[in-house]
Design a protein around this ligand. Structure first.
Ligand code: NAD
Ligand code: MG
Length: 392
């Protein structure tokens, strides 16, 4: 019986993972080691009972009594807080889903790798902030990282049996997000509700807003660079509003391999769960005749400054990814709180990067995770200052 843990079980990716595990036999087919969540301890407790988890951990220490109450008499251990989440990652499991949102997913991901199993990585922030360290650690521990981001799963699948030396380019597709058809001069006044109306994908709130600003695609470009170890100038982004092609790989003979499918995260999650096999998955099958056409357009960098900043980060490498991500998280918090405008998020990230370039050696590679976390910490302070200056 395979053992599994899910970090961020109560989120959008976590729920889809839970759905697949339950359809696949639940506790009869998997030994569930750890499930973690945040505020929603009632849902976390339901999931832990359904999968007969060994331990359920909430990030919020104030919610521990409620979690204990919900799991009273079940024999399932309860714990709370950041340290407890990291400790849950110390419990060996054959397959671990990393689906916490943001830099909070870093430490549990790194700790889970140490057991040398399979790490299904939805938390793209881990690669963006600590990509070189993560890939080196995975090699050292003989662990396998399986990408769960739909684009990276698509690329990974297009590369099966291929030689990386024959890859000429990687083309990441982007839906363009909720505001892709807005006139440029209206974007500055976009509200959170408007940014949340994603045309194709149902996802957590933070990544949905990041899709509208293309910060999500910016993170994914960096994620591609780190995971596939491909030069930045070989990575392209194209807007594909239908979200049917999940990404493409172009080879030196001119062939382009595309991965198509319905926009449903249970495909990439299921691929990572069953890899290297393919099993039947409960996703809608494509009806190409009904779709009729797939369309593409080049992204406008004036509209999406995040894409330009991603290029700068890839040129700097080192600690710049950690700074970029932390500043983005702070800017997003401010946008959600209503204290920054939509286009001001990129301004905060840009200001933070240039400010920190004078304070730390942005281009020097992190030698430990602590180096990454220190850069993340300092970037959050500077980004908060930049946001206070720009505050609308
Ligand atoms: P979400 O907000 O729906 O869920 C996040 C989960 O993390 C929840 O379980 C929440 O309780 C937990 N969490 C939040 N803050 C935490 C903290 N500080 N410490 C510990 N746990 C915390 O997010 P999501 O949309 O499921 O995304 C999860 C990750 O997967 C993100 O990195 C995102 O970029 C990536 N991803 C998501 C999608 C998608 O379709 N949702 C697609 C590709 C990649
Ligand atoms: Mg994606």
């Amino acid at each position: 019986m395979r053992s599994v843990s899910v970090f961020g079980a109560t989120g959008s990716i976590g729920e889809s993972t839970f759905d697949l595990l339950m359809r696949d036999g639940g506790p009869e087919a998997y030994r569930c080691v750890a499930l973690t969540g945040g505020q929603n301890v009632v849902r976390l407790a339901e999931m832990a009972q359904a999968l007969r988890a060994e331990v359920a951990v909430t990030a919020d220490e104030a919610r521990l009594p409620a979690l204990r109450e919900a799991l009273a008499g079940t024999g399932i251990e309860c714990a709370a807080g950041t340290t407890a989440i990291a400790e849950a990652a110390d419990r060996p499991a054959d397959w671990v889903m990393s689906a916490i949102v943001g830099a909070a997913g870093l430490t549990p991901g790194f700790r889970a790798l140490r057991h040398g199993g399979k790490l299904a990585l939805a938390n793209k922030e881990t690669l963006v902030t600590a990509g070189q360290l993560l890939m080196a650690e995975a090699a050292r521990c003989e662990a396998t990282i399986l990408p769960v981001d739909s684009e990276h799963s698509a690329i990974f699948q297009a590369l099966v049996g291929e030689d990386m030396a024959a890859v000429e380019r990687i083309i990441l597709t982007a839906s363009g997000g909720a505001l892709r058809d807005w006139p440029l001069d209206r974007l500055a006044s976009a509200t959170m509700a408007e940014a949340l109306a994603h045309p194709n994908w149902s996802m957590g709130a933070r990544i949905t807003i990041d899709s509208a600003s293309m910060f999500n695609k910016a993170l994914e470009v960096i994620e591609t660079r780190e995971f596939f170890e491909i030069e930045p100038d070989k990575i392209e982004v194209i807007i594909h509003p239908e979200s049917i092609i999940h990404s493409m790989v172009g080879f030196r003979d001119g062939a382009v391999m595309a991965h198509l499918g319905a926009p449903d995260m249970r495909h990439p999650i299921g691929y990572a769960l069953n890899w290297p096999q393919r099993q039947s998955l409960p996703v809608a099958r494509l009806d190409l005749a009904a779709l009729g056409a797939l369309t593409f357009r080049a992204p406008d960098l004036n509209r999406f400054p995040a894409l330009r900043l991603a290029r700068e980060v890839m040129a700097l490498r080192g600690l710049s990814g950690a700074v970029f991500n932390a500043a983005k998280e702070v800017a997003l918090d401010h946008f959600i709180a209503g204290s920054l405008g939509f286009m001001q998020m990129a301004a905060v990230v840009e200001a933070t990067l240039s400010r920190l370039a004078g304070e730390i050696a942005l281009t020097s590679a992190a030698s430990t995770l602590d180096d990454v976390l220190a850069a993340d910490h300092l970037a959050r302070i500077r980004a908060a200052e930049a946001a206070a200056t720009l505050r609308k």
